[in-house]
Structures are given as structure tokens and as C-alpha cells.
Ligand binder design. Structure first.
Ligand SMILES: O=C[C@H](O)COP(=O)(O)O
Length: 330
């Protein structure tokens, strides 16, 4: 079987120009329009048509693993749970499955391990020598409601502890008030505090009321220097979905057309099946091209997706489904 999957070595050699940030352009923000029913119609076609041919699905699923931010964000997280998650990140798929698929020689690891600030040090130590980055959710995750100085101090502490990626949350109220200046200044300050660590801006899309708000907030975050725009914390009532994804990735496309800068996309929250992962990847492929399906431009924020992908890979190999407990996460 020929499997074109992205390994970390290949990815680290991919040249990528980081978003330098741009002045806030309120005229551009005002020009943004989104037609919800058109978005729904378009999103409804994903998955109905078979964008990924059956015999390519296993390759796509292996690629999906390289783009997962393997996540634990629970209030009862412990060092032990984070260490177990990191052990899973080191070997995300059982070796016998990889061998059986003929890809035992490939280094397949997730895009990052994503934890609360308190567990950054534990994760950095547990992932030592793997090259897998630790992502921290900072800035008063998941609500984002704390004094800006407190949020900046949290980012700085996460970076000092070794996080190479910071997932910040925006204040949804700023979007609902259309306070684009305030949002821009805050994200710009967060980006500065991140330094060399990459910044993903979580919009909390399920709380932004309209697709136009989602699109405008996406644009303002990109102008302020976001490396990624991310849908959700996983804690909102409505998390990632294909309609909202379409709004966001069309803004990524528009931003790339205008500035030449490629911004990453991270749907997060509630993505737990291999089938849904393939739908998101098909959407990316159709809207932005396969070039965007690399870990520096696309991530899934997901706590349980890997379990289902591993089961599907085993099914592809043996024709049988195994129980979840044979693919333990944490
Ligand atoms: O950012 C990641 C999300 O918190 C994960 O959400 P999930 O547990 O629904 O996969």
C-alpha cells in the first residue's frame, strides 16, 4: 500500500512565513458578509459526496493523526493523566497495526499535546526527545474573563515552562459589542507575550451569535498576528461544525489572497469520529487545497478522536472492529 503521510521531519522542512500581523483595517471588517443558508447548503455537500476515495482513507487517517492536538482539558486532570496522554502521543497507534499497514518505519506523532498551564512542565518532561510540542491553553480558558495583565502573565508563564504553542481565548463580549479595536489590541498583546511560541486564537464560535461575527472576529485575529484561528474551547454548548468552519476558512483564504500569509485552522470540540475528521479534511482540501493539510496549517483539537481513528485503522487492516479498551487513551 502506498501511503503519503506527513511525518514530522518532512514538516519541519516546509518553509512557512509566520504571520507578522497587520494594521487593523476596519473598512475590510465592514465589508465582510456571510450568508448562513448558502454556507449551510455548501457544508451539507461535504461528506455526501465521497471526496476521499475508499482506498485512500487509511492514508488520510494516518495523516489526520499528525494533525491532532491530543488534548486533556478537564478540571480533574492530574500529572498522571497528562503523562499517560504523552505516552500515547509517543506511540499513537499500536505498532502491530502500523507494521500491518506497511508504515512501521514512519514516525507518526500528533501535532501537539494540549494541556492546562499547570501541566505544561509535566508534559514537556514526558515528551522530551520526541519533538512533539506542548500547547497550553492560557488567558483564563475557557471564558477568557480576567484582567488582561493576568492573562498576559499566564501566557508568559506557559512559555517559560516550555509551551511552544499557546491557545488563547478571546472575550466573546468584545465581538458581540463589535469592539474590533479592543479585540485587535488584546490579541496583539497576547501575540507579543507569546514571543516565538505560536498563537492560536479560540473564538468560542458557538457564543458569537452570527456567522458574520465569526468571520469578522477571524479577520481581526489574523490582522492582530494569530498563527491559527480555532473554533471553540470544547466547553461551549455548540462547538466545531462544518458551517462555521466554512466561514472561518473562507476568511483564511481571503486573508491569504490579500496578504500572502497562510493562517492555520483548528476546529475543536466534539470531533470524535474518524468519519467527521475526514469531512473536515475534505472541506479543507476543497476550499484551500491539500497543501493546507499539514500540521503547521491544520489541527484538530480533540480528546477522543485518536481512539476512533486507531480502531478504523485496525478495521482497515483486519476487517474487524476491536473494543475501545484495546486503544486506551489515558
Ligand atoms: O481544544 C480542544 C477541545 O477542548 C477538545 O474537545 P473534545 O474533548 O470535545 O474533543
Amino acid at each position: 500500500m502506498s501511503l503519503r503521510v506527513v511525518d514530522r521531519q518532512a514538516v519541519s522542512e516546509t518553509p512557512h512565513k509566520r504571520n507578522p500581523g497587520f494594521p487593523l483595517d476596519l473598512d475590510w471588517v465592514a465589508r465582510v458578509r456571510m450568508n448562513r443558508s448558502a454556507l449551510e447548503r455548501r457544508a451539507g455537500t461535504i461528506g455526501a459526496r465521497r471526496s476521499v476515495k475508499k482506498d485512500h482513507q487509511l492514508a488520510w487517517l494516518l495523516r489526520a493523526i499528525t494533525m491532532i492536538d491530543l488534548t486533556t482539558l478537564n478540571s480533574d486532570d492530574t500529572d498522571g493523566r497528562v503523562e499517560r496522554l504523552c505516552a500515547k502521543a509517543r506511540q499513537p497507534v499500536r505498532h502491530d497495526i502500523l507494521e500491518g499497514l506497511g508504515v512501521g518505519h514512519l514516525k507518526i506523532v500528533p501535532g501537539a499535546v494540549c494541556v492546562y498551564h499547570s501541566f505544561v512542565k509535566t508534559a514537556v518532561e514526558a515528551l522530551g526527545g520526541t519533538g512533539i510540542p506542548v500547547a497550553a491553553v492560557s488567558t483564563a480558558f475557557p471564558h477568557g474573563l480576567a484582567p488582561v495583565e493576568t492573562k498576559i502573565a499566564e501566557i508568559e508563564a506557559s512559555v517559560a515552562a516550555g509551551a511552544r504553542e499557546i491557545d488563547i481565548v478571546i472575550e466573546r463580549g468584545m465581538v458581540l459589542r463589535q469592539d474590533w479595536q479592543g479585540l485587535y489590541e488584546q490579541v496583539q498583546a497576547f501575540r507579543k507575550a507569546c514571543g516565538d511560541a505560536h498563537i492560536k486564537t479560540i473564538l468560542g464560535t458557538g457564543e458569537l451569535a452570527t456567522q458574520a461575527n465569526v468571520a469578522k472576529a477571524s479577520l481581526v485575529c489574523m490582522m492582530a498576528g494569530a498563527d491559527f484561528i480555532k473554533t471553540s474551547t470544547g466547553k461551549e454548548k455548540v462547538n466545531a461544525d462544518l458551517v462555521t468552519s466554512l466561514s472561518m476558512i473562507r476568511m483564511i483564504r481571503w486573508f491569504a489572497d490579500e496578504t500572502g500569509i497562510e493562517i492555520g485552522y483548528k476546529p475543536a470540540g466534539g470531533i470524535s469520529t474518524a468519519k467527521s475528521a475526514l469531512d473536515y479534511m475534505a472541506l479543507m482540501k476543497e476550499e484551500l487545497g491539500t497543501h493546507w493539510l499539514q500540521p503547521h496549517l491544520f489541527r484538530f483539537g480533540a480528546s477522543s478522536l485518536l481512539t476512533d481513528i486507531e480502531r478504523q485503522l485496525e478495521h482497515g487492516l483486519t476487517g474487524r472492529y476491536s473494543a475501545d479498551y484495546r486503544h486506551p487513551m489515558v
